[in-house]
Design a protein around this ligand. Structure first.
Ligand code: SF4
Length: 430
């Protein structure tokens, strides 16, 4: 590991065999189990366990989508030490896109047959709240069928502040107000960025000024209450300790337990709701709607709502950041982290190998270590990249599906909500 101390499992009764028994029974792993997996010399044994779970949930399917990323500005009020993306206003390389620029991007997405526009940016100190709703409405006008996945929890809180809706004594009210406004303007779901590592020490050392874990989780919980699906990330391999990664994952799965309970999933005797048992039904938009109607009619259908769809482990890439002196995680560590995410996050339907940061060859290997999704064609990604100065990163459907087939899996094009896409050129439907 590149980070601080190696974990040591302290419980001598834990082994890959005992963990395998739990995994096969669909039971939740403890933090102690997680410590064992972090330290286990048999990395391939850990990966094989994660692969068992992955194949149970998704068989040989490997998902991808056709998407376009938009970073509307890199101007940011904060200066997180791991970030090589932000600029200050007036600084060389700083930019902010106009609504006209954004309309052009939407048209390009439409012309290329994209099903999703993925939008994130810096915390711009001067753009008014209306810029964000205008942005969403402009995209919806140009490309009405495009799913807009936009704004990390950090941006949502920033928007609540600039709209003067954020009150520290009742922060969920401001978050709810913003999400409702954005949803009305066309927001479809939230990406998972900005989570970093849920730990106050890491927060204070690496991204002080950014929201803490409780606020990040509040944003996602309110989104779920409003029926908005979200995603989650963990940015690892910088100054965090292995234990802190496990706590992060534990906090995420507890939040997902709450979301799934609202969808009428029953907890086990420990209060956990897992999706990894043989035959467990994964949530889908259709199932949620059916359950919601059942609940409204007085049945046991739950109250509906959104949930976390995907966890994306993001390896820290030191280039151009204030932590450039750190080595960043190795490929081997990336494999282990991804496999552990699959095993610990037993109630997350999907685990993504984000090829932009992992590279396509490593993402292929990750399909055998717990990942079932490679993200998409991307086109433009300005946040963090693994090579060169160019921000133009894209792959073709041909290359993405070939990579999946080469790895021995069946490529399935999905939309943002993981519905199967049927396509004829740029025309598509779910
Ligand atoms: S990580 Fe996000 S909030 Fe922090 S400096 Fe970079 S763009 Fe700004």
């Amino acid at each position: 590991m590149t980070t601080l101390d190696l974990p040591t499992a302290t419980d001598p009764t834990i082994s890959l065999v005992s963990i395998r028994e739990k995994v096969l029974a669909g039971r939740r792993l403890t933090l102690e189990d997680g410590r064992f997996l972090q330290a286990a010399p048999d990395l391939w044994g850990v990966c094989a366990l994660a692969d068992t779970v992955r194949k149970r949930m998704h068989g040989k399917a490997a998902f991808y989508n056709i998407n376009r990323h938009l970073n509307y500005t890199n101007i940011c009020a904060l200066s997180c030490s791991f970030c090589g993306f932000f600029r200050k206003r007036g600084q060389e390389g700083a930019y902010e896109h106009s609504i006209e620029d954004i309309k052009r991007e939407a048209q390009l997405a439409l012309d290329s047959g994209a099903t999703e526009m993925h939008i994130v940016g810096g915390l711009h100190p001067y753009l008014p709240f209306e810029y964000y709703t205008d942005m969403l409405r402009a995209i919806a006008e140009v490309a009405p069928g495009l799913h807009i996945k936009a704004f990390t929890a950090v941006e949502i809180v920033h928007l609540a502040k600039i709209a003067k809706q954020y009150k520290s004594n009742d922060r969920t009210a401001g978050i709810r107000w913003v999400l409702n406004q954005l949803k009305d303007a066309g927001l479809g779901s939230l990406p998972g960025g900005g989570a970093e590592v849920f730990d106050d020490r890491v927060h204070d050392e690496a991204f002080k000024g950014k929201i803490r874990s409780d606020v990040w989780l509040d944003v996602h919980k309110v989104a779920h209450e409003l029926g908005i699906n979200t995603n989650a990330t963990i940015l690892y391999g910088h100054i965090e300790r292995p234990e802190e990664r496990l706590v992060h994952m534990d906090m995420l799965r507890t939040a997902q337990d709450e979301a799934l309970a609202r969808l009428a999933y029953a907890p086990d005797s420990t209060g956990a709701i897992t999706l990894t048992a043989e035959g467990a039904q994964l949530p889908t938009p259709e199932m949620i709607e059916k359950n919601r109607i059942k609940g409204e009619q007085g049945g046991s259908g739950g109250s509906g709502g959104g949930y976390f769809q995907t966890i994306t482990p993001l390896p820290f890439i030191p280039d151009s950041s204030a932590l450039e002196h750190l080595p960043g995680p190795s490929g081997i560590e990336n494999l282990r982290m991804l496999a552990i995410a699959r095993l610990m996050l037993d109630n997350f339907p999907h685990v993504k190998a984000f090829w932009i940061m992992q590279t396509l060859p490593l993402a292929q290997v990750m399909l055998e270590c717990g990942a079932d999704d490679l993200d998409g064609t991307v086109v433009w990604y300005d946040i963090t990249k693994v090579e060169g100065d160019s921000t133009h990163q894209e792959t073709t459907v041909h290359d993405l599906t070939r990579a999946i087939r080469e790895a021995g899996f069946n490529p399935i094009e999905r939309d943002t909500l993981y519905r199967k896409v049927t396509r004829h050129g740029a025309e598509w439907h779910v």
